[in-house]
Each structure stands twice: as structure tokens, then as C-alpha cells.
Write a protein that binds this ligand. Sequence first.
Ligand code: ADP
Length: 483
Amino acid sequence: MKLEDSKLFRQQAYIDGTWLDADTGQTIEVSNPATGEIIGSVPRMGATETSRAIGAANRALPDWRRLTAKERSNKLRRWFELLTENQDDLALLMTLEQGKPLAEAKGEISYAASFIEWFAEEAKRVYGDTIPGHQSDKRLIVIKQPIGVTAAITPWNFPAAMITRKAGPALAAGCTMVLKPASQTPLSALALVELAERAGIPRGVLNVVTGSAGDIGQELTGNPIVRKLSFTGSTDIGRQLMAECSQDIKKVSLELGGNAPFIVFEDADLDAAVEGALVSKYRNNGQTCVCANRLYVQDSVFEAFTEKLKLAVAKLKVGNGLEEGVTAGPLIDQKALAKIQEHIDDALNKGARLVTGGKPHALGGCFFEPTILADVPASALVAKEETFGPLAPLFRFKDEAEVVAMSNNTEFGLASYFYARDLGRVFRVAEALEYGMVGINTGLISTEVAPFGGIKSSGLGREGSRYGIEDYLEIKYLCLGGI
Ligand code: ADP
């Protein structure tokens, strides 16, 4: 690995401003999903080290929250600049441990950095209220204060951005944090925190603990010092963490699974819809929680859309993300391959038609062919479960009411998409979809300036936008009498 700045390749955890190994000396290997090669290792820490990190975050809290918003903002701004200056190294590390094409990894680094920039600005806008009083000798004031010590558990699909959109608002608000990154992609997290240290974020304010998810998770949820947990990952683990947090009524933000519908109405611009489907479905090789999971196409344009999508998918280039021109990297592991294959086989057994792909790629390893299935029946597994891979299942529908009902027939409610030009339909459908986010005539909705999050079993809270910092603030009401 040739990083311009070799110090960004950190293989120790970061607690209280110190780089550390696990107490036991045990490590976890990090491998490259494109080659299977071991690229490094990180400490396999557990509850003891996590408890120490929580203690450090607690000690750092009084000084950090006491800084003026502008002082915190300046440090975050510096962190943003360092992320941007080191974009190439950070992207290379990410492609090596996660597999996504280098261009996508670079895109993620600038997306990740944008959250730090945004919340550096928002830090200064944590306004309260004055409320016209209910009695003439009283004045009512509302102030907002940092929640305190927070914890974050993040996934491997966006190794940098899922961290910055939690750490950015937390630190901006005056909270401190203990972060547990996914074991598949800890090197990105450690590089980010190396840059946070260089930006002057004081010791203890942001700690990274690597290792056993269960042990670290239980300490983060069970330790009463931690006042809030923010988690991005599967609904099952989110449910478990929320239950654990109920013990001492910790606040939780959860960004969980999705099962995004992508609807193409007959009045859609079909070429634009194909382009949108391509980015929404195949970006990060289908491994995002906002990826189109079910593509609903109206009867009269079904064949035309299928044909156009097939041509577009044929242009995707599968391979090692470091190679020029590659647009689809490997899946994260063999488990992911088994899941997409299960979804494909199930749909074919239930009468779906294979349009393209359908099996592991000739490159072997974790590579899989970009796949399209047509005429998938509503009974298929993929209608209910998130695939998290490059499979576009096309379902037919007749009319608006039917497709809205099918789209909403899921426990999930994160992202949804539809293509239509009729203005009345655009409003009707946008309002009827039971989702936290709706992309209309676009397949790309993520930006730091908009509120990202889901409803139903897809989660609680919002990340990014002016709402994102609220998740890290408590409201306090002051009732001032004796005026
Ligand atoms: P995915 O299927 O995307 O890997 P998971 O929900 O399994 O989603 O993992 C997301 C994050 O949650 C990872 O950082 C993982 O280490 C962590 N995690 C997994 N199991 C647990 C657990 N029992 N307690 C706490 N964190 C967990």
C-alpha cells in the first residue's frame, strides 16, 4: 500500500489521546475483499478497554462543552480541511479494506468531509427560545445543551461517512464520543481519528475502540455514563441495541435497514429512470441502505424499461476497485454472495425471468455479476428483504393505487424513489409513500444539507441537515420567577 502519508495507516485503537493495543494483545485481521489479502490488523478489544474509553470521554466532557461554539467550530473546520487534503490516501485505504471503486471512495471522502464542514457551521447556530410567559412575574427560557458522552457503532458499507455524520454533530454540539467501527473497515476510522488529533480535537473527545462487536456494544449500551447511542446497521442489531439502551433510558438514533421501492410510471422519462436506477441500485455494488431493492415498472413501459436497463447494466465493469474504469467492486464477503444468490434462486423458482447476470462473476472471490430479473412475483423473498447486492428485481404493476400499496407493504421505511412527470401524480405519490425520504425523478438523494433517516423499522432520528445536531442536544426549560 503506497500512502503519501504513511502515518494514516494506523493499526491501534485510540483511547484518551493514546494509540493502544488490546489488553490481551489479541488482534483482528483486516482483509481486502477484492483479493482476499490481509492488509493489516487492529486490536481485538472488549468491555474493559471500552469502559476506559468511556471514562476518558467523560473526563474530556466538561472542558469540551465549555468551549464556545466558535472554538469547537474552528477545530472541526480544521478537521474538514485535513480530510480534504488527505482525500487520496483516505480513498485508497477505503478501497483496500472495503472494495468500492476508487472514484466512489474519493466521492465518499468528500461526502464524509462535508458533514464535518456542515456541523462546524451548525455548531454556531444552536439557538434556544424565549416563550411569552404564563404569569406576569415570570420569564420562560429554553436552552439547548449537549447530551454528554455519546457512543456510535458504524457499518462497513460507508467506512468514513457513517462516522462523520455522527461525530460531526456530536462534537459540534459539545458532546464527546466513543466510536466502534465495523471490524471489516476499521482502518478508515483510525485514519479519520488520526486527522482529528492533528486538527486539535483534544484527548478523550473522540475515542475509537476496535474489536468484538458484542462485548464493546454491551459496554456502550450498559454503561450509565453513556447518555446516547447512535447506530447504523441492520434492523435486528438495532432492535437489540435499543432494548439494551432501555435499561437506563439512553437516547438512541438508529439508521437501520431499508427495502427501497423504485417506481417507474408510464409518464416517466425512461432514459432518466434508467440512469436513476443504475445509480440507486448499483452504486457501492448495491450495498447501501438506500439502494433500490424493488423496481416497480408500469405494464405499458415494462419491456422498454427492461431493455434499456439491460443495455446500461452491460456497461458496468466489475473488478478490483483500484483498476481504472472499474464501476463495480467485490461484495464485502461470502455471506453477502450467498444472500444475493438466495434471492435470485428464490425469485427464479417462483417464476421470475433472468434478464442478465445471476451468478458469481468469473473473477471469483467476492465478485458477483450485476443481475436483472424481470416479472418477479410479489411472493419472492426480495419483495420483503433487503438484498444488499447488485440485483435489480423488476416487478410489474397496473396502476398508481396498486403500486403505492405494494411499495408500502413492508416493515421498512427509509428511502423510496419514483419517476413520473404528471404533477398531480408526483404530489399524490410523494405524500402516500410511507418513507423518510423520497427521490422524485432522481436516484441520488444523499447530501449533508438534507435530513437522512427512516420511519417504521428503518429507524429513529435524522442525520445531516439542521435537524442532525438536534439528536445530540437536550432541551432545558428555565422558569425564572420573582421578576
Ligand atoms: P451489517 O449486516 O451491515 O454488517 P450489522 O448490524 O451486523 O450490519 O453491523 C453493523 C455494525 O454493528 C458493525 O459495526 C458491527 O460490528 C456492529 N454489531 C454487530 N453485532 C453487534 C452487537 N451484538 N452489538 C453491538 N454492535 C454490533
